[in-house]
Design a protein around this ligand. Sequence first.
Ligand code: NDP
Ligand code: 2IT
Length: 448
Amino acid sequence: MKGPSPKIEKIYQQVVDRNPGETEFHQAVCEVLDSLGQVIQKYPKYADHKIIERICEPERQIIFRVPWTDDKGNIHINRGFRVEFNSALGPYKGGLRFHESVYLGIIKFLGFEQIFKNALTGMPIGGGKGGSDFNPKGRTDSEIMRFCQSFMTELYRHLGEYTDVPAGDIGVGGREIGYMFGQYKRITNRYEAGVLTGKGLSWGGSLVRTEATGYGAVYFVNEMLKMKKQSFEGKTCVVSGSGNVAIYTVEKINQLGGKVVAMSDSNGYIFDKRGIDLNLVKQLKEVERRRIKDYCEYHKGASYIDGGNIWEVPCQVAMPSATQNELDAKDAEMLVKNGCIAVGEGANMPTTPEGTKVFLSGGVLFGPGKAANAGGVATSALEMQQNASRDSWSFEHTEKRLHDIMVGIHKACYEQSEEFGQPGNYIMGANIASFRKVADAMISLGLV
Ligand code: NDP
Ligand code: 2IT
């Protein structure tokens, strides 16, 4: 790390030494600490209170065994995680990821990011993340249900609407939240709606939560474009992934007059120069749980590039919405060369540090995940508000709240980037705006 301050460099080294092998966590910490040199200089109270050292150490880390049986009666053992990172601003809040790549380093990177993202939303939520190395691909509904029930049988004791409130992430959507909520309710004998978000609409969920991350990411990019007197109208866009975030990113881009020509999954990407048929993608992914390549069975003019790199597709706006480190320096160079002017991170940390540098030096508008994809968790907090007041809001009202929150996040990031001498550097702006908010709360709450 080339942080501007040797003091911060030393803290970063301690984090690496204390958390061996957790490379994604190191990367997330490095990116935040890189922005903080001037803040520490200007406000010595943060160093005096050892805020950076404290913020890098989770308040609590829970690791547990998740035993379950498949449909044939075979026993499987997975590992479950919940990292309760920081509760200075509210109960721990953040999603659960079910993916075979999950280990402590991934959950800690996500939990760390979540602290700052949640602070940016302006809602009263702390940061946490959880998940399992369980691979849901190809599993039947009943297998998914048994896994979710077993996972919750341990996790429930750590949760509560004022304690820790999980939601979805990769591999966890409405179906999984339903099975987990059912098990929580059964074990505790409490209909405590505010203990999980992303619930179904008939049992405590909020309108717009499904769409929120994607819609919010597009709103954020739209605000960045506005600063350059630009809009989505007529722009060619590429959105990686084909899950929850990617689908509703495409939907909002379409509503704002842009055209998405490529989407992907971990096997390859589809290219449709007339613009992706989103209804078909929804049917394939949300209803039938199929692969993105199947799109080409229905649209002969589209092509599937098996194992292909989606970032080779020329576009003006790129929205990486699949997973961490999916876009590296070579990809970024290709995008810049092909005329990309804006990048909005729908996923968490999808751009490598080297890729980010290429975008910044190429003058590309760059919306970092913790700001751009904060609409999901912000709408989760709106779901908690509705649960607390036993109310449910209209789609229009909830979407307006989401829009206003995203406009507010953009403004806060821009203002901090200006105050610290790099106007338009949203990475720096997001890190500083959120750090100061959490840090000030931590100081007020004393050494806890
Ligand atoms: P989904 O499970 O709905 O979709 C994930 C998509 O990303 C799938 O298309 C999947 O393809 C692809 N993907 C996952 N892992 C990899 C990988 N290792 N390599 C290539 N492609 C991969 O998840 P979400 O859409 O909810 O999440 C996407 C991203 O957005 C994640 O980074 C998540 O942390 C982030 N995010 C999600 C929020 C939410 O509210 N859901 C909120 C904020 C951020 P395949 O099917 O082949 O695995
Ligand atoms: O990364 C994220 O912000 C999420 N997966 C959503 C978390 C939430 O609590 O809604």
